[in-house]
Design a protein. Sequence first.
Lengths: 253, 288
Amino acid sequence: MFNDAVWLARKEFRHQWMGFLITIIVTIFMGMLTSGLLLSESESAIIKLRVDSNSIFADRFLLDLIFIGMAPSFATIFMAKPYLSYRVAKDDPHGKRMAVLRSLPIPVSVLALSRTLFMLMILGVLALTFYGTVVAFVFVFSNSYEFMTISEFVTFILFWFGYMLALGGMSPYIEFGKGGKILHILPFVFLGLFLVLQITFYTYFGFGIVEKSIELVKEMGWLMTVISLSIGVMCSFGWNKLLKKRLANRDYL
Amino acid sequence: MQASLLQVKELTKTYKRFTLGPLDLEVEPDIVVGLVGANGSGKSTLFRILMDIVKEDTGHIKFFGQEWTEDDIEWKLHVGYSGEILEAYEFLTITEMKNLISRWYQSWNHNEFENLVKRYKIDVDERYGKCSKGTKKKIEFIFTLCHNPTLLLLDEPTAGVDLVSQRKMKEDLMRFMEDGEKAIVLATHKIEEINQLCDEIVVLDSGRITHSFNKDDIYDTWARIWISDVVEQVIQHPNVIQFEMDPPQIVTNDVEALESIMQKEQMSITHIQRLSIEEVLEFLIDQE
């Protein structure tokens, strides 16, 4: 079963290599933008935030937007046609491809697992690309970053990787379990929820969510990461079960 | 007695503006079932439900005498389906598509594939999306045959296909049926296919099976009868499908029953003409 699922996932990579390549390039730009937010004028923006919080609300907002609002999209090839064109998405290309696979003698569990593995592979590569870019800019190109040690930074990254993992499983569920239109509707819903969360958090605590996570990482260390990754793994497992159920029961055409 | 290859009972699927079923269907070995009906009558939907592409609302489907769960794949190894769904992989070449499909069938016959692509003059390096409609149909047809299936579900396999290839496809289907253990369900609008291939005909109208009969029965029972006069008793008879007054004539689906009634009523029959399948199907599809 596992070999079959891996074979399918690898096939999908070959079919979508162009979109995947473009997604990696865009992810590198997002990493550069993020490191620019973490480091400003050769000082940590986070440190600067504490000094003059009003002046860089936009930076804080952007940082939260990238980590919370956009990072879950690292679980999919977000520069593929269905994500860029509503017209393409409306035709439900994911569902139609799954219809072909459903007509073949492939167990639903293998199909669901292949999509989960594909998601994990993409998430692994894109997360590595994103954080790798951030690390490269923060630790290699700057001499003045002293806000976090390397260990704290790794803990911080793994904490947010757990978050991506928790929400990442939603991507194959939406792509293959729902119609193509949802692909374009859901980001707006998610953005709305993010705004409510971000503004509420800022109103009550006076700082950004990512900023708070850095503080927690410093206080709690690896425990934060373990909790976050555990939740991420459990959620991935749960999304896989949901996807399997949905694949067995949906109308593809 | 050999079990049915396919058994469908009380199958239903409801959409906003269309309901398929309740529908019963049984396909025995050594039988070619012709599924006919107007566009939108539910033929493709039925195939898609059978192949797990659309989920039924209610009903039971048995392949090879057994109901299967969603993770059972055994039955799909023995079914070949062609239903215009490969467009989703239009970016693949025919060879790439073959690799995607053949992996899942242990019985895939690569030599057969090579022979068939030569026979139908398919360029295997061509992208599927670049192929003409007829070529796509031929490719799908080839894919359905290469894993040595027992049951073929073919949704208008020759639509848009050139005449020479249509003949070859008919030959291949006849060859497929030679061992007497296989069966085909063939949705078609082509009368030659029904005449040359089908043993049984199932008429689907607005999602319901309205008629189901052996093809040979049509020649025995359906006829146009020219008579001396069309009387009320004849018009009201349940086996009279159509009548005309000038000249007086009726169309019946039970010529023996009508003949005896006419003898009783002392009506004279001037001429009897057996109907062709095409004419009968027109009546069956139009009358709904």
